[in-house]
Design a protein around this ligand. Structure first.
Ligand code: LLP
Length: 432
């Protein structure tokens, strides 16, 4: 019935998340508000970790891709759950370090890290910096040399597997802005350059084939293609790389038709491919890293809004306007992303209206969902938009100077603030 397992309906007919009544949460914390079920996040991290234990003898590291949802509390949770993290900016790195996240278990990504960001990563002992291009390789080597350190790196490779289309076009990703192309020989020559850098230690290679993927086969193909490159590197340089980072991208349920693969299945299939390929090619089995983002937090979160007005345009559409919108969730405006919407205080009632849920920004494209089924609602009702845990808070803006909503964590019915609501003062705090 619901796209997420942590969502239910209580005896009052109210929607719940992690056993907490969402109508009560809206009253206590105000709206809009992002709410997460902490247990769901922890269970997802444990499922990924467990699948590496079970299928790969524990020789790997789950690195939560924190671009999906970044704040101090999620880094504390990751630290407690003994997983690593992936960061993509000085801001994410700063936040993680500020709660004492172990730098060795941080993977630093980005296609254009600034010299300051690279210096910050080197000075703080980030375990793996994923190098995107030759300019960065040289820049990082110089920064490491200046700091008198040897820095662990991985290199981002475009394996030529296009997963977005669900059709493997082996050269399809060559125009991506990220990383070194494999099929042109660019990747191999960059690896050779990296092996010659005195202040860098090449730990392995990285690839990431896309996001919201429901099919295991592109991941298997990517692992196979990457190991082919490991063999070529071994043959041509005598160096056998120790680690392989296969990125993230595992799909979640936003709406009924979405059919994610159970997280355990992914490592099972990929482990089998890695085992068979390394045996065939005479390679050691590498230490594996994976970077799930959306699949860790996406379905663990929802957003609550208050309905402000219902506007019926006869024979055209009915707008349900809420007190948030594209500033807290830009994904419909950007990607026409699907979401399940429910009236939290009428969750047991039939969905007998077809509506467009609109935000409060001064912009026609500020919509959360179009032509979606909803209970009959009126001003004052609470709307819940499900599966907003990933790429909502992290992509939120202050467009129209709207303060960002707070983040509330629920644990077995108990709620606490993880990020407080922004005030107007916060919004104007950098203005001079
Ligand atoms: N690793 C790397 C190198 C990535 O670029 C990404 C996502 C991930 C891991 C995590 O992927 P996930 O498991 O979350 O699919 N803003 C878009 C998604 C952008 C994803 C960017 N990279 C959205 O809202 O759908």
């Amino acid at each position: 019935m619901f796209v997420s397992d942590c969502i239910s309906i209580n005896e009052k007919g109210h929607l719940t998340i992690g056993s907490a009544d969402t109508v009560e949460l809206a009253k206590e914390f105000g709206t809009p508000v992002y709410v997460f079920d902490e247990n769901e996040i922890r269970n997802n991290l444990r499922a990924f970790r467990g699948s590496i234990e079970e299928n790969y003898g524990g020789r790997g590291l789950v690195c939560y891709a924190s671009k999906a949802f970044s704040c101090k509390e999620i880094y504390r949770i990751c630290k407690q759950e003994n997983v690593g993290i992936d960061v993509v900016s000085g801001g994410e790195l700063y936040t993680a370090l500020s709660v004492g996240f172990p730098a060795e278990n941080i993977v630093f990504h980005g296609n254009n890290k600034t010299p300051d960001e690279l210096r910050m990563a080197v000075e703080n002992g980030v375990g793996r910096i994923v190098v995107d291009n030759l300019t960065e390789l040289e820049r990082l080597n110089a920064i490491a040399c200046e700091a008198g350190k040897t820095v662990g790196i991985m290199m981002r490779i475009k394996p030529g597997v296009d997963a977005h289309t669900h059709d493997f076009i082996k050269t399809g990703q060559i125009d991506s802005k990220f990383g070194f192309a494999l099929e042109t020989g660019e990747a191999l020559s960059a690896v050779k350059a990296a092996l010659g850098m005195p202040s860098l230690k090449l730990r392995g290679l990285h690839c990431h084939i896309g996001s919201q993927i429901f099919d295991i086969s592109p991941f298997e193909l990517a692992a196979q293609v990457m190991l082919g490159l490991y063999k070529q590197i071994k043959d041509e340089t005598g160096t056998e790389l120790e680690e392989l980072n296969l990125g993230g991208g595992f799909g979640i349920r936003y709406v009924d038709g979405d059919t994610p693969v159970p997280y355990g299945e992914y490592m099972k299939s990929v482990s089998a491919v890695v085992r068979a390929e390394t045996e065939k090619l005479g390679l050691k089995m590498p230490f594996i890293l994976i970077e799930p983002g959306r699949s860790v937090v996406g379905a663990a979160g929802l957003t609550l809004y208050t309905v402000g007005a219902v506007k019926n345009i006869p024979d055209i559409r009915t707008f349900v306007s809420v007190d948030g919108g594209m500033a807290d969730n830009p994904r419909y405006a950007l990607y026409k992303a699907d979401y399940q919407v429910i009236c939290a205080n009428k969750a047991n009632e039939a969905k007998d209206m077809t509506v467009t849920v609109a935000g409060k920004c001064c912009e026609s494209g500020d919509l959360i969902q179009e032509n979606t089924k909803l209970q009959t609602v009126e001003a004052g009702d609470i709307l819940a938009v499900l599966s907003t845990g990933a790429y909502n808070y992290s992509m939120a803006s202050n467009y129209n100077r709207i303060p960002k909503p707070p983040v509330v964590m629920v644990n077995n019915g108990e709620a606490r603030i993880a990020v407080r609501r922004e005030t107007y003062e916060d919004v104007a705090s950098c203005d001079v």
